[in-house]
Design a protein around this ligand. Structure first.
Ligand code: NAD
Ligand code: WQD
Length: 357
């Protein structure tokens, strides 16, 4: 398929490009680079080129085009109808994987209009053009945040949605509703809403990974920046949660497993399966201290930490039941927590300044 990948230069997008290209798909990337660098696309090409030059992988794709023809990049904004139409004028697009969006929870509390404008305004614009161009196939990056405080764990897809604790989370919840209403109005749409749990890790080449601006909000990038000496120590947000050691429990998933989930979802789109929702997680929860301990053991590095106040909006635990994705997409996460810690560290160690070197 020829896939329009919005936000393809970002963390999850770049890893998904690798999996798409290695599986014979072509990609057209649209990204405004507001939270990413075009360098990630160069690195994606290096990774895929190495893969295709390995005789063992020759059979994996019968795509005879050159890699440069197979990855096209448009620097632009999903809120800009002109560039979206230009992309459709210049390319035959079969489906869209829609990653583009702002994702910093704290910033969304401070700048709600920006988040609603970018994430919801941008997606409405994208949907309009996809509809007009009769390309009614889309995979959307949703989030476990739509469950709010879950009624119970492990979380299944039919668990009622809850109230997200910030505007970012609301954009995901509202966009899910918008996609459902689009499908109700027109069953020609094929829509897959993927609810990611906590993506961490990096490509094992160490060439691409998560590159947050400023001080990281999320746990793993904070830990890797402590490990590389950029930050002094980790603050653990609360040790009085109702969990095995009192620190918050999450379902961490390797970003490459997550990326592979998108390739599987694309197969489902090809089957014209209508609207579907899947959790993408491992099904196992790890606490903050479990992650610290695993990181230390995997990489032989000490991570100093101190216990701090709870962070507003955090919940005790969140982990999923991933069996629906296994049954219907044939997808399971295979990379364990040690691999997640090793790969996160390899990326950070090789690229202390991320893509800014
Ligand atoms: P990211 O910031 O690395 O990637 C998002 C990309 O979208 C960036 O390259 C950014 O430049 C681009 N972008 C943002 N607004 C744009 C716009 N208006 N037009 C064009 N490009 C735009 O984030 P990520 O972690 O790769 O997340 C990808 C998607 O997955 C996002 O929608 C995010 O909300 C969602 N998600 C992420 C997580 C997570 O923990 N990383 C969890 C659940 C869901
Ligand atoms: C994980 C755990 C923290 C940082 C967020 C978004 C969610 C989704 C994924 C995008 C929690 C603790 C963290 C630190 C800590 N994002 N922590 N010290 O909050 O589960 O999910 O990212 O879609 O919508 O809300 O992830 O990595 O921020 O936190 O102790 O410096 O680590 O309290 O228990 P979270 P996280």
């Amino acid at each position: 398929m020829n896939v329009l990948v919005t936000g393809g230069a970002g963390f999850i997008g770049s890893h998904t490009l690798v999996e798409l290209l290695e599986n014979g798909h072509d990609v057209v990337v649209l990204d405004n680079l507001s939270n990413s660098s075009e360098k990630s696309l160069e690195k994606v090409k290096e990774i895929v080129s190495d893969y295709l030059n390995n005789p063992e992988n020759k059979e994996s794709t019968d795509n005879n085009k050159s890699l440069d023809e197979r990855i096209k990049f448009y620097k632009g904004d999903i809120r800009d109808e002109v560039i979206l139409n230009k992309i459709f004028d210049e390319n035959k697009i079969d489906a869209c994987i829609h990653f583009a969006g702002l994702k910093a929870v704290g910033e969304s509390v401070a700048k709600p209009w920006l988040y609603y404008n970018n994430n919801i305004g941008g997606t409405l614009n994208l949907i309009k053009v996809l509809d007009e161009r009769n390309c009614k196939n889309i995979i959307f990056s949703s989030s476990a945040t739509v469950y709010g405080v879950p009624e119970s764990v492990p979380i299944k897809e039919d668990c009622p949605k809850g109230s997200p604790t910030n505007p970012y989370g609301w954009t995901k919840s509202m966009l899910e509703q918008i996609f459902m209403d689009m499908y109700t109005s027109d069953n020609e749409w094929n829509i897959i809403l993927l609810r990611y749990f906590n993506p961490i890790g990096a490509h094992e080449s160490g060439k691409i990974g998560e590159d947050p601006n400023g001080i990281p909000n999320n746990l793993m990038p904070y830990i890797t920046q402590v490990a590389v000496g950029k930050l002094e120590k980790l603050g653990v947000f609360g040790n009085d949660y109702n969990t095995h050691d009192g620190t918050g429990v999450r379902d961490y998933i390797h970003v490459v497993d997550l990326a592979i989930g998108h390739v599987k979802a694309l197969k489902k789109i090809e089957e014209k399966a209508g609207l579907n929702i899947y959790n993408l997680g491992t099904g196992t929860g790890y606490s903050v201290l479990d992650i610290v301990n695993n990181f230390e053991a995997a990489n032989d590095i000490k991570i100093p930490y101190e216990i701090k106040e709870r962070r507003p909006g955090d919940i005790d635990e969140s982990y999923c039941d991933p069996s629906k994705a296994k049954e219907e997409l044939g997808w399971v996460a295979t990379r364990d927590i040690r691999k997640m810690c090793e790969d996160s560290w390899r990326w950070q160690k090789n690229n202390p300044k991320g893509f800014k070197d």
